[in-house]
Write a protein that binds this ligand. Structure first.
Ligand SMILES: Cc1cc2nc3c(=O)[nH]c(=O)nc-3n(C[C@H](O)[C@H](O)[C@H](O)COP(=O)(O)OP(=O)(O)OC[C@H]3O[C@@H](n4cnc5c(N)ncnc54)[C@H](O)[C@@H]3O)c2cc1C
Length: 445
């Protein structure tokens, strides 16, 4: 559904699955799994089916894989996105039809009357101002923070996952592999010209506001990748970026993390608070529709959600491929290198015309921000102007994932902060403070 409603935001990616002599998932089980996977996916374009490959065929296709114990292999299609932009685009679409969206603003408490919620207390984290918001229905969509015991909403199980960014290794395809150490699956995926490796998984009971990537998690991922990739021997020095996240799972004392349910659930507390628990990015549109339906029912509105399979707001009109071909040519004619142009279209969809306008006014903005990454200066300026940026980290980690995709130096960071400062009207003091915040969190490792 996402591939259809947001082809600029969610694109197909071919995944290779090697079958080794000692693979936990042998050919038989993989075959059954893929039949089920495709059956659940519904109609899939002909060229995006799955295939079994002989040992020779698979090792030729994935020549960087160690083929010593290889028996055969499979390829199938999955889909890829940029999660931060996925969310940002939906927020922009919601604002366009009248929603009020606040960032850097925290719910600090709820207001109840006779045991029923009727509002929330909010605090602007930038100005420190507080305010009250009143509503008949409140929905808690705070992901891992719904596990915060202070909120006492309910019990959940948290699984910590770590991803590493490493230099380019693959072509356009990804790999699904099984870790020798614990039998868990992990991926090696091309992302913005680099390689995304992950994730590790472990139960988490620590501070949810301060997640750290531990050395043993880095070692685990590197040694599992080195075991199957014959063209690299990655060490910690090769790690360009790293980040950790928490998945919200249903509590289950006896099951392993791997087999714990990732199903989404909407829970209603005694005071009327609805809480969205668990789920995946993949199914988020459908889960959101269920929330809207529940709200309508509670409010006595006889309507159901109409937007779950609605096109994403930045989807260009007409035939997407035709639009992409024409727009790519225009981008290259403006002086953008073809790799950056390719990603730019995905990043901005129909809003790319705004980025082009910036280059028409200043041709130098067609240059890359950092030589090794496919992002151009006009993209940075456009994001700073139009994408609710408050802090430098919003811009350099979220709107563009530069801080995890490069080993940025302090000088480079300051150069980018100067560009942001011009657009966001920061004085020298603010700029220095913003650089320090980014440095502490992302440059000192
Ligand atoms: C390592 C890892 C790998 C994953 N891989 C995949 C994958 O391959 N495919 C897939 O589909 N899904 C994947 N997921 C799952 C996916 O990321 C989550 O399902 C999704 O992010 C959950 O979205 P959410 O909106 O529920 O929560 P979140 O994304 O956690 O958003 C919660 C928001 O609430 C805000 N918030 C918290 N407290 C407050 C407060 N008091 N006041 C105001 N705001 C608050 C937070 O700032 C945050 O913005 C993965 C998750 C992890 C951790």
């Amino acid at each position: 559904m996402l591939l259809k409603t947001a082809p600029h935001r969610v694109w197909p990616i071919q995944v290779g699955v090697p079958v080794y002599n000692d693979s936990r998932l042998g050919s038989f089980r993989l075959n059954i799994g893929l039949i089920l996977y495709y059956w659940l996916a519904g109609t899939v374009p002909k060229n995006q089916g799955y295939r079994r490959h002989t040992r020779t065929d698979f090792s030729e296709r994935f020549s960087y894989l160690d083929s010593t114990e290889l028996k055969a292999g499979y390829t199938y299609f999955d889909a890829q996105t940029d999660d931060a932009r996925f969310v940002l685009e939906l927020i922009d679409g919601a604002q366009a039809i009248g929603a009020v969206c606040l960032n850097h603003c925290k719910v600090t408490g709820f207001v109840e009357h006779k045991g029923q919620l009727y509002g929330a207390e909010i605090q602007d984290n930038v100005s420190g101002e507080t305010a009250m918001v009143y509503a008949t229905q409140l929905v808690n969509c705070t992901g891992q923070w719904s596990a915060d015991q202070k909120n006492k909403s309910h019990c959940v199980r948290l699984s910590k996952g770590v991803h590493l960014i490493l230099p380019k290794t693959l072509g356009n395809e990804a790999l699904l592999l099984t870790a020798k150490a614990d039998g868990r699956v992990f991926f090696i995926i091309p992302w913005y010209g680099q390689t995304l490796l992950g994730s590790s998984a472990s139960d988490y009971g620590g501070d949810i506001d301060h997640l750290a990537v531990e050395p043993e998690e880095v070692n685990y991922l590197l040694s599992e990748a080195n075991r199957v990739l014959k063209t690299v021997n990655w060490t910690e020095q090769d790690v360009i970026g790293r980040y950790a996240g928490l998945s919200v799972l249903k509590p289950s004392a006896n099951t392993s993390l791997y087999s714990s349910s990732r199903d989404w659930e909407l829970i209603t507390s005694d005071n009327g608070l609805l809480s969205s628990i668990g789920g995946r990015l993949t199914s988020a549109r459908e889960d959101a529709a269920c929330i809207v339906d529940a709200l309508c029912k509670n409010l006595g509105v006889n309507k159901s959600c109409k937007t779950f399979d609605k096109s994403f707001p930045w989807l260009p009109l007409g035939d997407y491929q035709q639009w992409a071909d024409t727009t790519l040519k225009k981008a290259v004619a403006l002086g953008i290198d073809s790799e950056s142009a390719h990603w730019l279209l995905r990043r901005h969809g129909n809003r790319v015309s705004g980025v082009f306008e910036l280059i028409e006014q200043d041709a130098e903005l067609a240059e890359r921000i950092l030589p090794e990454l496919p992002f151009i200066a006009a993209d940075l300026v456009f994001c700073a102007q139009h994408e609710m940026v408050v802090h430098l980290e919003d811009l350099l980690r979220r709107r563009l994932p530069l801080l995890i995709l490069s080993k940025m130096t302090l000088v480079e960071l300051q150069r980018l902060a100067e560009i942001a400062a011009k657009t966001l009207d920061w004085d020298d003091d603010i700029m220095t403070k913003e650089c320090e915040l980014c440095m502490q969190k992302w440059l000192i490792r």
